[in-house]
Each structure stands twice: as structure tokens, then as C-alpha cells.
Design a protein around this ligand. Structure first.
Ligand code: ATP
Length: 238
């Protein structure tokens, strides 16, 4: 299977001391890859590096055959790389509909941007009902759907998703995970899923990566991680 995202020996951080150290991950096209690990392991830093917010001091990221050092951050979304950060980044003063339209504002093919918007409304039925509500009126689950929906309006090939379950009821988390599975199966979307909620993430993931202190310590199939008690006890604490 070809890999749409190749992270090769990446070192990156915020100052002199790197957070990520020699991180290599290969994400096969059309799969969900869970990135797991304790607080401070470097998961968010990894996503920031992939979406160009942090520059690697060593190593290389290749997205869809293109070396990201050669791509401007603002062009990443056009190439098909979308990042939904932790905290979600919904514009609370704007309505649901306005937030979603922001996701497709840059697109030249206006007809397809409208189609993508309709598809997102079909996918997230609660957003349809809340179309005219302001962002600040939404529940946590609705905001997470909105952040996801806004990224999907851009029709990404790869979705970088940071802690989508944060603060959500288990039922809502399960809905979001089911949706990711549906998107993978129906559209071939690739997802890099950062999660503290290990069980939820492994319930949908194909691949699993465990990080500790800025390094990748395990990289295997999600099935292996689900089934191997020793591995789970050692790295995931359950
Ligand atoms: P969490 O689940 O708590 O977000 P994480 O695995 O995503 O954990 P990161 O947020 O990537 O971990 O943090 C990794 C390390 O980088 C931590 O030691 C943290 O203190 C440090 N760090 C994170 N953000 C910054 C920043 N803006 N400036 C300096 N150091 C930072």
C-alpha cells in the first residue's frame, strides 16, 4: 500500500531543545492511524509540524509525493492536508453555516464547494438543524462536528485530528469515531488521529503509533495493539 504521508527522521520543537526526536511514521493511503502516548509525549507538536506551523530542524515530511519544505503553509490545504487543532478553532461569533463556508472560501470550483457543503450537512445532521446558530451556542459535540465539517468542506486527502474526543460524552465520541470510519470507507480519507482516549482511537484505527518523550516507541497495526496485553500495559496503561 502506498503511503500518502511519510515522516522521515523529523526533529522539531519550540526552542533550542527539540520536542520531537528522529520521528519516522509512514501513513498508508486511506487508513486511520492513531497516535497515542501520555501527556507531553509530543503528539500535538507532531501535528503542528505536519501542518507547517513548526519547521523541522532535521528530517523531512513528504505529503502525496511532495516534500513539504517546498510548500508554503497557506497552500497545504489546497494540496489536501487539513488540520483540526485541539480546542477546535470554531469562530464563535459566526453561525454554523458561516463557519462551514469559511472552509471552502479559497476554492475556485464554487459549484463543488457548494456540493461539499451539502455533503457535510448530510453527514452531520445536528449541524443542519443548527445552521443559523452562532458558534458559541453549540454544545461541545456540535463544535467538534463543526470543526471537522469545516475541514471536510475543503475535501482533504489527509485529516490531522487533535483530540476530537476531548470533553465529549462517550456517546458523542463514538459518533465521531463512526464518522471517521465512514469517511475512510466511502471516500478513502486518510486520518492521523491524536487521542488520549486510547480505546476509542483503537476502535477505529488501522495503524497505531505510540510516542513517548518525543520519540516513536511502537509502530504497528491497531489490531496488534488491541490484542497484545503486554504492549498495552507497557505503553498505554490498560
Ligand atoms: P498533550 O496531550 O498534553 O497535548 P502531547 O503529547 O500533545 O500532550 P505536546 O503538546 O506536543 O505533547 O508537548 C510536548 C512537549 O512540548 C511538552 O514538554 C510541552 O511542554 C512542550 N511544548 C508544547 N507546546 C509548547 C510551546 N508552545 N512552547 C514550548 N514548549 C512547548
Amino acid at each position: 500500500m502506498s503511503a500518502i504521508l511519510e515522516i522521515n527522521g523529523v526533529t522539531a520543537g519550540y526552542g533550542a531543545a527539540p520536542v520531537l526526536q528522529d520521528v519516522s511514521i509512514s501513513v498508508p493511503t486511506g487508513t486511520i492511524c492513531a497516535v497515542l502516548g501520555a501527556n507531553g509525549a509530543g503528539k500535538t507538536t507532531l501535528l503542528r509540524t505536519l501542518s507547517g506551523l513548526l519547521k523541522p530542524t532535521a528530517g523531512q515530511v513528504v505529503f502525496d509525493g511532495q516534500d513539504l519544505r517546498e510548500v508554503k503553509v497557506e497552500h497545504l490545504i489546497r494540496l489536501g492536508l487539513a488540520h483540526v487543532p485541539e480546542g477546535r478553532g470554531v469562530v464563535t461569533e459566526l453561525t454554523v453555516d458561516e463557519n462551514l463556508r469559511l472552509g471552502g472560501l479559497w476554492r475556485k470550483d464554487r459549484a463543488d464547494a457548494r456540493r461539499a457543503l451539502d455533503e457535510v450537512y448530510q453527514l452531520f445532521e445536528p449541524l443542519q438543524r443548527r445552521r443559523s446558530s452562532a458558534g458559541h451556542q453549540l454544545s461541545g459535540g456540535e463544535r467538534q462536528m463543526l470543526a471537522l465539517g469545516r475541514a471536510l468542506v475543503a475535501r482533504p486527502k489527509v485529516l490531522l485530528l487533535d483530540e476530537p474526543s476531548l470533553g465529549l460524552a462517550p456517546r458523542v465520541t463514538a459518533q465521531i469515531m463512526a464518522l471517521l470510519r465512514q469517511l475512510r470507507d466511502d471516500t478513502g480519507l486518510t486520518v492521523l488521529l491524536v487521542e488520549q482516549n486510547v480505546r476509542s482511537a483503537l476502535s477505529v484505527a488501522d495503524e497505531g503509533v505510540v510516542m513517548s518523550l518525543g520519540r516513536v516507541v511502537v509502530s504497528t497495526s491497531a489490531e496488534q495493539l488491541r490484542g497484545d496485553d503486554e504492549l498495552r500495559h507497557a505503553y498505554l496503561g490498560f
